[in-house]
Each structure stands twice: as structure tokens, then as C-alpha cells.
Design a protein around this ligand. Structure first.
Ligand code: SF4
Length: 445
């Protein structure tokens, strides 16, 4: 059978797709990137914002219309928060909530009457399987290390959709990393819901897991996906002395004002966050910090917003994901007084986007003249002769070197920053090149 995998939302959703794809391939099924030709479509949905919820519903409708004959399996946060509604969506054959994701492959094989896999007792030997990740045109393996979160940030629906913290064993994670490396994957990113809470339920920790991965695997590049800016030990950044651990962390700050952080029930105040960033930059020069920020949280006064703008400018970030506050039914924040009107949310998001672009340009200029190892991912640019990839600091870079290949790693000089200040450039390419150039090529696929 041909199986198509789709996901919306976070890296964790992507990591789960990779695991399922490998498992289905082990039972003799094939991965297709075309939902229109698939016998089964697996959709890992998202509900982090009202917009993501809407997009998930629309995507399910699109998948059903694109291939009414296919079996449609829906999982993820949108399906977990409203399983009965999703069960009644046209064309949905199976709904798997987040807590039952480990059984997704089994239950799907039962759905199609595939005895081979359903309830198979033997541990599948993934080595034989072609790497689903590369087959899907991806070059970075997202490794799920844990699920769930013990905290209750007042705006967060994820903690409700994904449940309590549960960690995968170090041995399981190491085996998956080694397998991906054997299959040609050069880079992995450790992901979860509360990555910093890894090991809280199995007498381990993120620090210990990273030490194990650095010591007992040979994969050249190791990244961390989003990590809440707390629960990290003082000596955490020593790990980055190992050049295989990429000098970038995504630390969601959400607001740069302590009174707003209190209403969000966040476990980190601005001074603690600034100290954490100083530690990272003290450990590794040009350490890249990126973040998430909510604009227009309930009760956010003009004064509080100005504090946030000042704090963000003071810290400086390589990239900022900016979200206008989205009230999620079932969260405390949805019921808080002083809901901010959408025009103000839009205006504050726009202001933050402008500041974020300046900070990114400033950050990229610091790398000019440097020599960096890049994992090249795909061709881009108008005529397809350019390649794009990421530096260890997780900055996008382009090069005009026809020798490059997907999933290859090479060392290049950073000659320029693109005209729109968004991308690093390696020689032979005119600074006029902008991010839009990639978009056009990427859109063509
Ligand atoms: S720590 Fe993260 S996942 Fe947990 S409740 Fe807060 S925002 Fe949600």
C-alpha cells in the first residue's frame, strides 16, 4: 500500500510522522509524497492557535476531496481535543488521540486488515527500510525524546492536548539516532513538548541524554528544537564545547514584561532569561538565540508592550516567531479580563516584526567573513543553480557552488548578507538575492 504522511504544527508532529513512516515501510508498505495516489493518508493535526485549529479542519477536508478513496487517519492535538467532531468529518476513517499514538501503525493496519503487521510481536528491524525521511525530501531528523508537560501556562492548549510528561528511554533514542545516521542522515534535532523536562519520569535529564548522544553516536550534527527557558542546570552550556552540538537554542520568552509573564504563569522572568542568554553567549561566541513572542496578551497595556519591545531589543535575537494572542477555549487566558482588540494585536505584531527584521540583520552581519560548515538541503533560486542549507548557528545560507549535493556538508566563507537581510550568502552570488528567490523556487518544489 502507498501511504502519505502530512503534518501541521510543531517539530514533534514531524518527528512522529518519521517514526510511523519507517514502521509502515518495515511492514512492506511504501511512502508517497502524493496524497492523490495514496491508499492511506495519515494527518497529524495541530491546535496550538485558533488559526491552526481552522487549518487542521480545512486540511482534512482538502485531503478527503483530493482522494475520497483513500483511508484517512487523523491524529494530533486538533483530533485529541475534539475526537467526536473529527470522527464525524466526511471521509475520516480512524481518529487516534495523542495518548494512543504508539498504537497508530497497529490500528491502521488492523483497519486495512493487514495481518502482517497488526499486533506483530517482533520488534521491526528498521535497518532494511529505506530512510523515510530522505524519501520525503528532508535532511534533518526530528527525534521525539519526550511528550507532555507538567506546567500550565495560562494560554497553552498543548499541555491539555498532550497530557503529562513521559520520556522515551535513552537506549531507544540512541538506537533511532544511530539508525538514521547509518541511513545517511547527517543531522538530528531532539524535540518534545517540554524538552527541558526530559527524564523527569525516568531518573534522567536533558543534560545526561545529550552527553550520552555525544558520546555514543557519531552523527555529525545535533540540534535542540524548542526548549522552555527553565529547568536547565547551570553547567548546561558546557555541552556546547563539543562542536557536534549546534550553537543555537530556541528559547520561547513569550513576553518581555514580568507582569505579563506572571499572568501567563510562565516559570521564567526577564532577568532570569537574560542571564540564561548571557551564559549561552559566554559559552560560545555568536551563539544564536531565537524565540517565540505573543503580542496582545490579555490586559497587556501600552506600557507593558513598550517594556517588551525594549527587552527584546536589549537581548537581541536571531529570529522571532511572533503570534498575535489567540484565545483557546479551555485555557485560563481565554477567560482573563482585558482581552486586547485585534487591531491593537495586529499593530503590535507589525511593530515586533519590524524590530525582529532589524535584529536578524544585525545578527547575520556578525558572521561576515566567517568560515562555517553547512548542511546543504536543496536547490533554490531562479535557475536552480543555487543551493540552500543551514549553518551550525541555524542561519539559512545560499551558495552558487554546483558541486553541492543534498545532505552534503561543506565548509564555506560567509561573503555577504542578502539584500533583505534574511539570508547569509556564499560567494559568486549577487547581494541582490532575496529570500523571495528561494520561495519562488521552493514553491516549484
Ligand atoms: S511549558 Fe510549554 S508546553 Fe508546557 S504549558 Fe507552558 S507553553 Fe505549554
Amino acid at each position: 500500500m502507498f501511504i502519505n504522511f502530512q503534518a501541521l504544527g510543531c517539530r514533534l508532529n514531524e518527528a512522529e510522522l518519521e517514526t510511523w513512516a519507517s514502521q509502515f515501510m518495515q511492514y512492506g508498505h511504501q511512502v508517497t509524497n502524493d496524497a492523490g495516489e495514496a491508499d492511506i493518508v495519515v494527518f497529524n493535526s495541530c491546535a496550538v492557535t485558533a488559526q491552526a485549529d481552522r487549518k487542521s479542519r480545512q486540511q482534512i477536508g482538502r485531503l478527503q476531496r483530493a482522494n475520497p478513496a483513500a483511508r484517512l487517519v487523523v491524529t494530533g492535538c486538533h483530533a485529541s481535543l475534539q475526537p467526536d467532531a473529527v470522527k464525524n468529518y466526511l471521509g475520516v476513517d480512524l481518529v487516534i488521540d495523542n495518548k494512543s499514538k504508539e498504537q497508530l501503525v497497529d490500528r491502521t493496519l488492523q483497519l486495512i486488515g493487514d495481518k502482517a503487521g497488526a499486533g506483530a510481536s517482533v520488534e521491526p528491524d528498521f535497518d532494511g527500510a529505506l530512510n523515510a525521511l530522505l524519501q520525503r525530501g528532508r535532511h534533518r531528523g526530528f527525534i521525539k525524546i519526550q511528550d507532555g508537560c507538567r506546567y500550565r501556562c495560562t494560554y497553552c492548549i498543548v499541555t491539555l492536548a498532550r497530557g503529562d510528561e513521559r520520556s522515551r528511554s535513552e537506549a531507544e533514542i540512541l538506537a533511532e539516532i544511530r539508525r538514521l545516521h547509518r541511513q545517511g542522515v547527517q543531522e538530528i534535532a531532539l524535540t518534545g513538548v517540554h524538552v527541558g523536562g526530559y527524564g523527569s519520569d525516568i531518573d534522567s535529564s536533558l543534560y545526561r541524554l545529550l552527553s550520552e548522544v555525544l558520546e555514543h553516536s557519531d552523527i555529525p550534527r545535533i540540534r535542540l528544537a524548542s526548549v522552555e527557558p527553565w529547568d536547565l542546570p547551570d553547567h548546561f552550556f558546557e555541552l556546547f564545547d563539543n562542536p557536534r552540538l549546534m550553537p543555537h537554542m530556541h528559547l520561547p520568552i513569550q513576553s518581555g514584561c514580568d507582569s505579563v509573564l506572571r499572568r501567563m504563569a510562565r516559570r521564567c522572568r526577564t532577568d532570569e532569561f537574560a542571564r540564561l542568554v548571557d551564559k549561552a553567549r559566554g559559552a560560545i561566541s555568536l551563539f544564536n538565540i531565537t524565540t517565540d513572542l505573543i503580542a496582545g496578551f490579555p490586559g497587556e497595556s501600552e506600557q507593558e508592550w513598550l517594556q517588551t519591545m525594549k527587552f527584546i531589543e536589549r537581548v537581541g535575537f536571531g529570529h522571532i516567531h511572533i503570534f498575535p494572542f489567540s484565545a483557546r477555549a479551555g485555557t485560563k487566558a481565554a477567560g482573563l479580563p482585558g482581552q486586547v482588540d485585534s487591531a491593537t494585536k495586529k499593530a503590535r505584531s507589525r511593530e515586533m516584526h519590524e524590530l525582529a527584521a532589524q535584529l536578524k540583520h544585525r545578527e547575520l552581519r556578525r558572521h561576515l567573513g566567517g568560515r562555517v560548515q553547512v548542511l546543504w538541503e536543496r536547490q533554490c533560486g531562479g535557475d536552480g543553480t543555487q543551493w540552500t542549507g543551514y549553518t551550525p548557528h541555524y542561519h539559512r545560507i545560499v551558495s552558487h557552488d554546483p558541486q553541492l549535493r543534498a545532505s552534503s556538508i561543506s565548509t564555506v566563507t560567509i561573503d555577504a548578507v542578502s539584500a533583505d537581510g534574511a539570508v547569509l550568502v556564499n560567494r559568486a552570488l549577487q547581494p541582490q538575492v532575496t529570500l523571495a528567490d528561494f520561495g519562488r523556487h521552493a514553491a516549484r518544489g
